[in-house]
Write a protein that binds this ligand. Structure first.
Ligand code: AMP
Length: 216
């Protein structure tokens, strides 16, 4: 299965993709996680280059993202499939992805788009806490860690993403509406977009997503 996950920031893509990865046995490729790891890694040239974009909620330039995604999808573990989370985010990235997959003789199976009301997004983002080490996502109300501030999976101290502040959230929503919604339209036109209601419990959304996988 080669799947793209679409949806606004905070809609639950990361949480759902991590669960689907276990279910489908294909890697969860999150461009946001890759960029954040590079930023945290001392001396990383990629990290230096992308830091100011990520921290301000702006998109990293398409050519840089294209190199990154080509390198990732050409790795052996992605040949049987992948769940792409956070890419493509622009129409140019749609073409880049098509080019990379075309060279590998592959094509996308589904584009799953999670949809929730905007008030819910603000609630989710402001309560979100993430593990900087293993990437597990928690929420202060709906998915609190067993011990406050500590990752259940690896014991690291949880952090609030620096781009989960009100001002940056607003910028990310603007970027999504302007640049990423046209991506959904492009996939709708290709007939592979499935829209899924992302409101409610994680398990309920997951079962809607898995039934969406069988539907186009
Ligand atoms: P995410 O974790 O997917 O919300 O991504 C966090 C940030 O990483 C975004 O706000 C962008 O600054 C950057 N980013 C992630 N994926 C992309 C992409 N496909 N194109 C450009 N920038 C990206």
């Amino acid at each position: 299965m080669r799947i793209v996950f679409l949806g606004p920031p905070g809609v639950g893509k990361g949480t759902q993709a991590a669960q689907l990865q276990a279910l489908l046995g294909v890697p969860h490729v999150s461009t946001g996680n890759i960029l954040r790891a590079a930023i945290q890694q001392e001396g990383s040239p990629l990290g230096r280059e992308v830091r100011r974009f990520v921290e301000n909620g702006r998109l990293v330039p398409d050519d840089l993202m294209g190199d990154l995604i080509a390198e990732r999808l050409e790795r052996k573990d992605a040949t049987a499939g992948f769940i792409l989370d956070g890419f493509p985010r622009t129409l140019e990235q749609v073409s880049i992805l098509e080019g990379v997959l075309g060279r590998l003789g592959l094509a996308l199976d589904r584009v799953l788009m999670l949809v929730v009301p905007e008030t819910e997004i603000v609630r989710r983002l402001s309560g979100r806490r993430t593990c900087p080490k293993c990437g597990t996502v928690f929420h202060l109300e709906s998915r609190p860690p067993a011990a406050p501030g500590v990752c259940d999976e690896c014991g690291s101290a949880l952090v609030q993403r620096t781009d989960d502040t009100e001002q940056v959230i607003r910028e990310r929503m603007k970027v999504y509406a302007g640049q990423t919604l046209p991506v959904a339209d492009a996939y709708r036109a290709k007939g592979i977009l499935v829209e899924v209601d992302g409101f409610g419990e994680v398990e309920a959304v997951r079962s809607r997503l898995t039934s969406g996988l069988g539907r186009v």
